[in-house]
Design a protein around this ligand. Structure first.
Ligand SMILES: Nc1ncnc2c1ncn2[C@@H]1O[C@H](COP(=O)(O)OP(=O)(O)O)[C@@H](O)[C@H]1O
Ligand SMILES: [Mg+2]
Length: 259
């Protein structure tokens, strides 16, 4: 079966005040339908740039990106994008924020309320439907951010360090919920993180990038069986082996990166 997403020889150069900055250099990566792929790399190695290219916000300098065999040109609702900043609208309640995409599609209120309510319950936010974003914790807002993307049913979901600003305990709770949503919905996820533990805990494959210009240094398959218990993940033999070998490869890149 053809991959859902194919990135073929993609490079991206930025032009800033007469200077050329090569952000990504010859990226090749295929993602299969239903796969959970995480991407780790030092700060500034082009991770966000890569997602912006996939979602069609930027054009590559060379190479091409295919979605179901077709070149991506422009934004499509088949690809969802969850960013680190939650972008919830402050004047709308939680449920009104979650249902926005269905409102834009013209779905009638009772139907979109039901769908939004279901997703809210799935991530443990039942009872907070009528709260405004400023009345929610960071973890709650980030859950809302994820389900407002899920609600329009994209086939591929790109996530750019979505749990980045959260504390360690909240992150684990959200990782667990994300894995449950992923296995219930059979989505394909490309997830960026700078946290190696998170990258291994979530992924079928971990893609490791070099410092800028970002290249793919290695791709490692994670052999930990599913369903996974993210609270106990570090106890797995496979986890330790993966962590040690990935950290060995990542460490020199982190040292070279401009921090
Ligand atoms: N819009 C832009 N214009 C110019 N340079 C940019 C722009 N966005 C990112 N860069 C540069 O490209 C490199 C990769 O950035 P980015 O994709 O944000 O990395 P990451 O997400 O891995 O931290 C960095 O050196 C950054 O300064
Ligand atoms: Mg980034």
């Amino acid at each position: 079966m053809a991959p859902l997403l194919s990135i073929e020889g993609v490079s991206k150069e930025y032009h800033v005040r007469g200077k050329n900055v090569l952000a990504l250099d010859s990226i090749d990566l295929s993602v299969n339908e239903g796969e959970f792929v995480t991407i780790v790399g030092p700060s500034g190695c082009g991770k966000s740039t890569l997602l912006n290219l996939i979602v069609g916000l930027l054009h590559s300098s060379s190479g091409r990106i295919l979605f179901r065999g077709n070149v991506i040109n422009g934004i499509s609702t088949k690809i969802g994008y969850v960013t680190q900043k939650d972008n919830l609208l402050p004047w709308r309640t939680l449920i009104e924020n979650v249902e926005i995409a269905l409102e834009i599609r013209g779905l009638e209120k009772s139907q979109r309320r039901q769908r939004a309510g279901d997703l809210i319950a799935q991530v443990g936010l039942h009872g907070f439907e009528d709260h405004y974003p400023h009345e929610l914790s960071g973890g709650m807002r980030q859950r809302a951010n994820i389900i407002r993307t899920l609600i329009y049913d994209p086939e591929l979901i790109l996530m750019d360090e979505p749990f980045g600003p959260l504390d360690a305990q909240t992150r684990v709770v959200l990782q667990e919920q994300l894995l449950a949503l992923w296995s219930n919905t059979k989505k394909t996820i490309v997830f960026i993180t700078h946290d190696l533990v998170e990258a291994i805990a979530l992924a079928d494959r971990v893609v490791l990038m070099t410092s800028r210009p970002g290249k793919i240094k290695s791709v490692a398959r994670v052999a930990i069986p599913r369903p996974r218990d993210v609270y106990q993940i570090h106890e797995h033999q496979e986890f330790r082996a993966a962590y040690e070998s990935l950290w060995r490869e990542l460490r020199p890149e982190v040292k070279m990166a401009e921090v």
